[in-house]
Structure formats: C-alpha cells, structure tokens
Write a protein that binds this ligand. Structure first.
Ligand SMILES: Nc1ncnc2c1ncn2[C@@H]1O[C@H](COP(=O)(O)OP(=O)(O)OP(=O)(O)O)[C@@H](O)[C@H]1O
Ligand SMILES: CC(C)(CO)[C@@H](O)C(=O)NCCC(=O)O
Ligand SMILES: [K+]
Length: 259
C-alpha cells in the first residue's frame, strides 16, 4: 500500500491508497521540527482509531517546505522500511517535465496538481488551488506544467488585514450576505470573498486570452467549494487533486522501474 504525503506551508495531509481507493486521509499542521517519531505517534493513533489495516510498502512525498523532508524520510525508513519518492528530486520521474525558465524550481504541489488534473481531464487546463497561496497552474495539451500565477492565499490576506490594521479583527472567510457590508466583519469578508472571485475570474480570463486553445478550469483546495458557490468559476471541483497526482506519479515510477 502507498502512503501519499502532501506537505503544504500550512497543512500536511497523509492519505493511504490501496491501489483502488483511499482508506483514509489524515491532516495535521506543518512543522519542520516534527520528528519521525512524532509523525508515527500521530499517524498510528489515527489509523488505529479508524480501524484501518494498512500495510504500507511505499511512500511518496510532495513538500513545499524543504526542511520537513528530512524527518519524513526518517519516518518512512524507520517505520515502513522504505525509501520515499520525493517529487522534485532527480530520482522521482515525472510523466511530463515542466516547461519553465531554466533554473526555476516549480512548487512540487503545482507539478503534482498538473499531473493529477491531466490524468483525469486531459490537457489545456487551468488548475486553481486555494492553499497558503492561491496558485494557477497551466497544463498544456500534452500534460506538461507550463506556468501560471501565484497570488496570496485567502486566509493569508485576511490574516494580513488583521495584523496590519489595529481596528480589524480576525475573521474567517465566508460568503457574505451582500457586497455592501454594514459592519466591519461583513466589510472584510466582502472584500476578501468578492475580491477573490474577481481575482480568479480576471486571471483565468487573461490566461485564456493569452493561451491559444480552449481551456477548462479545475478548482481544488479546501476553499474551492466556497468560492464556487453560484459563481461559475470552475468546470470541475476536486478535493483530492494533489493526493491523486501523487498516486499517478508513484504508479509512473513503479512502471519505469519494471521496464
Ligand atoms: N475538506 C475541507 N472542508 C472545509 N475546509 C477545509 C477542508 N480542507 C481544508 N479546509 C480548510 O481550507 C483551507 C485550505 O485548505 P488546503 O488544504 O487547501 O490548504 P492549506 O492546508 O491551508 O494550505 P497548504 O496546502 O498550502 O498548506 C484551510 O484553512 C483548511 O482548514
Ligand atoms: C506557491 C506555493 C507556496 C504554493 O503552495 C508553492 O507551490 C511554492 O513554494 N512554489 C515555488 C515557486 C513556484 O512554484 O514557481
Ligand atoms: K494544498
């Protein structure tokens, strides 16, 4: 069985894939100081809680935080006796190499999202991921990541408002009842919610104008469903795109090993 690990700047997701379906998905905050033993304590407690019989033989990791990879490697080696595949390392083969400026280190999550989206939908896509950053990944007709855009994440923007302005409270993102807010919280939520709706529309329209073929748009990340509410931003919404992409890359490497 495969343990797929998606480490973002805010959250880390572990998902167990038995080759047909995901047995469980576990989420924790990302901390570079978390040790291999701490990962295992957390992991084994939850796996036991859910009554899952997981015989992990393989581990694949995508990490936007380079420092966490060391402890995750130790975790894989110590508890599952395996050498993990790490997306972005030379030994981890990709079905489609990114086509970007020389020397660019594309975020592994963006490469993995592109792979997962291409596997499900074919090429000519824009993948919009609402994580710590809001990223736009352009997937070419052949499945390669060929660029995109990086904007501040939704929660980051709300946090920045609260941090920089003494009179602005901490608020959670939600769709406000109206655009014209009549109290501080509604005004902040309006600015961020409608601001991001406009940002996603604007960037996707501009990408489409710059790209020479029709494109479909896929929304992913925890906040995609919120932004999709009645706004016609996406052709598809997928909550497991990054983890799915990891299973595709793992499969690709397994096949390459045996041929
Ligand atoms: N299934 C879900 N339903 C509702 N909210 C969710 C869900 N998954 C995540 N969230 C929330 O949505 C936000 C975005 O989650 P997501 O996992 O896409 O990115 P993140 O973990 O914030 O960022 P990163 O992946 O960069 O660490 C988070 O604040 C998270 O608490
Ligand atoms: C943009 C983030 C932070 C989104 O998780 C990540 O993909 C990243 O660190 N990227 C590196 C730069 C790039 O993708 O071009
Ligand atoms: K993510």
């Amino acid at each position: 069985m495969l343990l797929a690990i998606d480490c973002g700047n805010t959250n880390t997701v572990f998902s167990i894939w038995d080759g047909t379906s995901f047995l469980c998905t576990l989420r924790t905050s990302t901390h570079h100081a978390r040790t291999a033993d701490a990962y295992f304590t957390w992991y084994s407690t939850l796996v036991k809680h859910y009554g899952i019989k997981a015989d992990i033989t393989d581990v694949i990791i995508s990490s936007t935080v380079p420092r966490v990879v060391f402890n995750l490697r130790v975790f894989a080696d110590r508890f599952f006796g395996c050498r993990p595949l790490v997306v972005g390392k030379p030994e981890c083969l990709l079905p489609h190499a990114p086509r970007v400026d020389p020397g660019t280190q594309v975020g592994p999550d963006r490469v993995v999202n592109s792979t997962g989206a291409y596997d499900r939908h074919g090429g000519d896509l824009i993948v919009v991921d609402f994580g710590t950053a809001t990223t736009f990944d352009v997937v070419a007709h052949d499945g390669a990541y060929v660029g995109g855009a990086i904007a501040p994440g939704v929660n980051l923007s709300l946090e920045a408002l609260h941090t920089a302005a003494a009179a602005l409270p901490h608020v959670d993102v939600t769709k406000p009842p109206k655009v014209i807010g009549t109290n501080t919280v509604d005004c902040m939520q309006s600015g961020v919610f409608w601001g991001y709706v406009g940002l996603v529309h604007g960037i996707c329209d501009s990408i489409r104008a710059e790209y020479d073929r029709p494109m479909r748009i896929i929304g992913t990340g925890g906040l995609a469903p919120l932004f999709a509410q009645g706004e016609m931003l996406f052709d598809f919404i997928e909550d497991d795109l990054t983890i799915h992409g990891l299973t595709v890359i793992h499969e690709f490497n397994k096949k390459a090993e045996t041929t």
